[in-house]
Design a protein. Structure first.
Length: 708
């Protein structure tokens, strides 16, 4: 019997399959050779890597294991001296601390490796990754590079059949309890052979020291002796499948299958727990904020007799998107409700849900709502009066920066015990009070995973970056004579009004309106339309005129539509006016959802977006963004970049086109000083976009000409 006789799935996910029983045991029972890349060298990673070894040992199989020492700065120097032959290596810097672990099943798997070493059935090599300075990377550097987060296994049976598996695996002691991982399986004899060969080559290149910037060496004798000493009186039956089943039955409800997470998502949850379950998740668009928050919901719900989750989003479309994601991850609630203004009789539904929860009729409930509804008097009063004090509540604020606004802060009730705030940019633009309020409510702490992190770190499941790298193309235009004169006129007004704005409320309001008028002159400059036509022609000539989002101001809508009509480009507007109610004419979904669906299916080549797409709508296929109108608000441009750099299977790169106004050189005196302040904010915006692009040098050259 070999691998071809086993029903091997292409993907395994805890919570759906029992990873040990369904994969490791049957596969290793038929394996004669098991090659494995584990994570950092520690008791936990060794135990995780040794799951299923009972079957391999019984089968007389052999194993080769590559792992990496987790080094501090001083440890890195010790390793370097050892590799260069300057000193011996003690076992002290390797984390084999079984005394602190109270789980016998876990300990016995580490002992199994020692037993295999003693019987020459196991070889272990240590891989040390070097940085650009030729020095061993510390554990911090390896974490930043995302190295050794992806774990790979290659197996061979007696008939010569081979398979590989690779994925992100939780290498902590709790992984025995939660069986927490997800991985893909590739067969050497099937359509996935190319991926299998890639995994196999990776292992052999590292094992044989053929990888650039990576050195490997045999397990030091001191460490080998330590592991072998642990295997005294080892009994193979203590790691058997029967023992695993007995243990699983004994623990019963304590074994909770958690949602598999990437390493940084797990870090976010751990920080959330350490911060008394209150935290801002400041994570770039497309890096799984939603999944991380859902995992937090699951953690609290699994230990709570009575539980209510409240998920608040900026708009109804996002609430439905959240509901879909929760259902995909198989979280089961006794009661689920969408509570917002589009649902009739929502106040009654909310009251009934809370009553059922309090009386034990619905112990676990989830509410999807909007910021507008969550902050309304009816919603707030109902929660305050009818949420049982015995119920554990968790509030999730999506695009949480909105909730810092005065009218929405009412949603942030003290009744909510646990809290998660999600946003790529939680700070509020020109609103320090609102920003401070948010930080305080969500525990005065943040977990950060930036766009730079997402563009440079590797997704262990795909081998690609978490977000798609992008090219940044800047076009510059000048204001025409009328626009320039109007710009100068409004600038003079701004200077005059600025002198009294701090003492006179009327002057402050006029000053703010004047700033908006001047900003609109540059946003809506006539010369931008010719540039747009050139960009569209270029995309058409390169056969890239699809998956395009054009971000515009309301004033630009008619003119941009005329251009698209003239060029016979099939498009649709996506603004706040498109409906969010389900309708039969759209196949039972809302008009907005229908438009997005048609865009994903290529029926529309372009979307013309006003504001609506700035917030969280998921369209991974979008690969071209054209900024016709942008503000210097970091939230706006970060969100818009996020719309086009999400990973998609058919997307290698994204392209962002930005149309910027040249500096106005005819200003002087105080007008010029105000202009320099505005220009500085604009160049900061462009530089921040440029620094993460593939082609920053091209952008910086243009930026230098925009500055005063």
């Amino acid at each position: 019997m070999g691998f071809r006789d086993i029903d091997i799935f292409s993907c395994y996910e805890s919570g759906i399959e029992d990873i040990i029983e369904d994969f490791y045991e049957p596969v290793l029972a038929n394996a004669i050779l098991y090659d494995r890349i584990a994570g950092f060298f520690s008791s936990s990673s060794l135990a995780i890597a040794s799951r299923g070894l009972y079957s391999l040992i019984k089968n007389g199989g052999r194993m080769r294991l590559i792992t990496s020492p987790k080094l501090g700065i001083e440890d890195a120097k010790i390793i370097e001296d050892y590799v260069t032959g300057k000193s011996t290596l003690h076992s002290d810097i390797f984390n084999i601390d079984l005394e602190s672990i109270n789980d016998d099943f876990f300990i016995n798997h580490v002992k199994a490796l020692g037993w295999m070493l003693r019987n020459n059935l196991l070889e272990i090599k240590l891989a040390v990754v070097y940085n650009n300075l030729g020095q061993p990377c510390s554990d911090k550097e390896l974490e930043e590079k995302g190295l050794f987060h992806q774990k790979v296994g290659i197996l061979k049976d007696s008939e010569g059949n081979e398979i590989s598996f690779s994925g992100s695996i939780n290498e902590s002691a709790s992984a025995w309890i939660y069986n927490d991982e997800e991985f893909k399986v590739f067969k050497g004899w099937s359509d996935s052979k190319e991926y299998f060969e890639r995994d196999k080559s990776r292992f052999h290149e590292i094992w044989n020291g053929q990888r650039k910037n990576t050195k490997v060496f045999d397990l030091p004798d001191a460490v080998r002796r330590k592991l072998i000493s642990l295997s005294v009186n080892f009994d193979i039956e203590t790691i058997s499948l029967a023992e695993y089943k007995k243990r699983k039955l004994k623990h019963g409800k304590k074994i909770v299958r958690h949602i598999p997470l990437f390493y940084y998502q797990s870090d976010a949850l751990e920080q959330w727990i350490a911060n008394d379950y209150r935290l801002l998740f400041e994570m770039a668009t497309g890096t799984g904020k939603t999944r991380t928050a859902i995992a937090g919901i699951e953690r609290v719900m699994s230990t709570s007799e009575k539980f209510v989750a409240i998920i608040s989003t900026p708009q109804n479309t996002l609430s439905k998107q959240w509901k879909d994601e929760v259902e995909k991850l198989n979280l089961i609630f006794d009661r689920t409700e969408i509570i917002d203004g589009t649902v009739s009789n929502w106040k009654h539904k909310l009251s009934k849900m809370l009553l059922d929860n309090a009386t034990g009729m619905a112990n676990h409930c989830i509410i999807y709502t909007t910021h507008n509804t969550a902050s309304s008097e009816n919603f707030v009063t109902t929660i305050k009066n009818e949420l049982s004090p015995r119920t554990i509540s968790l509030f999730v604020g999506d695009e949480v920066h909105w909730l810092g606004a005065a009218q929405f802060r009412k949603a942030l009730l003290p009744n909510y015990i646990y809290r998660i705030g999600l946003s790529a940019t939680p700070s509020r633009w020109f609103d320090e009070e609102g920003t401070s309020f948010l930080k305080y409510y969500f525990g005065n702490n943040s977990f950060v995973f930036s766009i730079h992190d997402a563009l440079t770190k590797i997704n262990p499941l795909t081998g690609k970056h978490f977000l798609v790298n992008y090219y940044y193309h800047i076009s510059t235009i000048s204001l025409d004579a009328d626009e320039t004169n109007e710009y100068k006129r409004v600038s003079k007004q701004i200077v005059k009004l600025a002198r009294n704005k701090d003492t006179d409320l009327d002057s402050l309001e006029k000053y703010q309106r004047a700033l908006e008028r001047r900003a609109n002159i540059t946003k809506n400059a006539v010369a931008k339309y010719a540039v747009l036509e050139g960009i569209l022609d270029e995309l058409k000539n390169q056969n890239k005129l699809q998956d395009t989002i054009i971000f515009i101001s309301p004033e630009q809508k008619e003119r941009v539509m005329d251009i698209l009509f003239k060029k016979r480009i099939v498009f649709h507007n996506l603004t706040e006016s498109e409906g969010t109610r389900k309708e039969q004419r759209f196949g039972g979904i809302s008009e907005r959802e229908y438009i997005i669906q048609q865009f994903k299916e290529k029926s529309y080549k372009a979307l013309v977006a006003i504001k609506c797409l700035d917030e969280g709508i998921d369209i991974p296929s979008a690969s071209v963004g054209i900024l016709m109108a942008s503000s210097t608000n970091p939230r706006e441009y970060v969100q818009r970049i996020g719309r086009i750099i999400r990973q998609d299977e058919n997307k290698s790169f994204a392209h962002l086109y930005d149309i910027c106004v040249n500096r106005i050189d005819s200003l002087d005196g105080e007008e010029l000083e105000f202009e320099k302040t505005i220009r500085k904010k604009e160049t900061i915006r462009i530089e921040e976009i440029a620094e993460n692009a593939i082609n920053p040098a091209d952008a910086y050259e243009i930026i230098s000409n925009l500055k005063y």
